[in-house]
Design a protein around this ligand. Sequence first.
Ligand code: SAH
Ligand code: SF4
Ligand code: F3S
Length: 459
Amino acid sequence: MRIYIKTYGCQMNERDSERVAESLRRCGHVLAENERDAEVFIVNSCSVRGKAEDKAIGKLRILIRDARRRGGRAIFGVMGCMVQRMRAEIFDLVKGLDFAVGTHRLHAVPLALEAVMAGRGPILDAAVEIGAPEDVDTHEKGKVSAFLNILLGCDRRCAYCIVPEVRGREWSRSAQFVLAEARHVAANGATEVTLLGQSVMSYGRANPVWPPGFRSPMGFSEPFPALLEAVSGVPGLRRIRFTSGHPSGCTRELCRAMSEIRPLCPHLHLPLQSGSDAILARMNRGYTAAEYRDAVARLRAAVPGIALTTDIIVGFPGETEAQFLETRSLMDEIRFDNAFIFKYSPRPGTPAAAFPDDVPEQEKLRRNHCLLEDQDRWCLDINEKLIGQTLPVLVEGRSKSNRGRWAGRTDSNKTVVFEPASATRPGDYIRAVIERVMPQTLYGRVAGNQEERLVASGI
Ligand code: SAH
Ligand code: SF4
Ligand code: F3S
């Protein structure tokens, strides 16, 4: 069958889609280049906000309607977080759905498809399982950058968040499998890896990940810095990232790892959510504004110039104007390299869903715009300082907005768009001279001559 997978949600979902695509390919199916060529449509869904769910449902309904108009037979599936949250209810919301597979059962997607093809549909498979099948080799070939799951689930239980419900209890993969997977993707040609976990610094806290008696050569006693050290020893990896961080994980050891392990990129995504202690406490975030500030100070002392990005929620139940302004002023003080601002969206079954959603939609929108505008100015301030600098860039491919230009990322995770030199290929490390900047993008040209470029690529 020709299969098309549409992915919503976070990087973990992107990685899940890749795994599912590989497993389907192994069963003899092929991936369609675009929707129109497909016989099977699968939506990998996200439940984090109401809007994310509406988008996936809307997409499925349109796909099903269009396929009916065209006539002929097509199969429709949905997988991921929404299936885990809604289970059978999803079949009522989307008429004509053939299968729905939850986050713990993604390895069973080929089986669900087979059952539907054999006329045994519709299929719902949303059982909860701890752990994951160890399929280290389910990566797409030839990718420059790879995602590696290291920590599944989440035990934090932030009051607003559906993720613990849809992804289950925290469970860390054993270091041995993570390393095997890192070696596998490096052998496939990736030079950048991003280690994924909802609260990634909790790696190894809920279950043991290292064999008894293991000692980290750098003397780390915490499992996560020790993993970073081990991954940095995988031949071929030049950039290592991880996401998402939490202030409680920004320990001395983590900071030492960030400062001493060379392939670790000088960038951290460290969600703040709010600058108000009262709101942070009601969100159950587990830190105060002062503790967050301390974490930032430790990171900046260890890695001068480290790029910090964050997530913010505006309009959490009971958020007053004064509390919103505390967030605004803490953001002004910290000056993030980028921030994702979300309007609070009540999620059924979460503790915060029991609080009245009392900040009016208009007011949420105003607070959202206010921070977006601030952040654009702050981004521009930070980026303008980069004009004239020469930065190493990992080339990813053609720019999405202008196919004549190319795009890549700096080690601080900023996107650089540049005119390609004759021999530019995805996967190259070039040096780009930054010529002009926008809040979200740097524009430049490839520095120097061919020889200098090859030196930058380490060839
Ligand atoms: N595990 C990650 C976040 C996953 S969800 C972490 O803790 O860092 C990504 C972001 O979505 C969160 O950081 C939060 O800012 C936002 N988010 C989560 N639940 C939300 C909700 N109910 N309403 C609005 N935004 C939400
Ligand atoms: Fe959700 Fe909090 Fe876990 Fe992140 S740390 S996934 S926001 S519960
Ligand atoms: Fe969404 Fe699930 Fe990720 S709810 S943010 S896709 S873990």
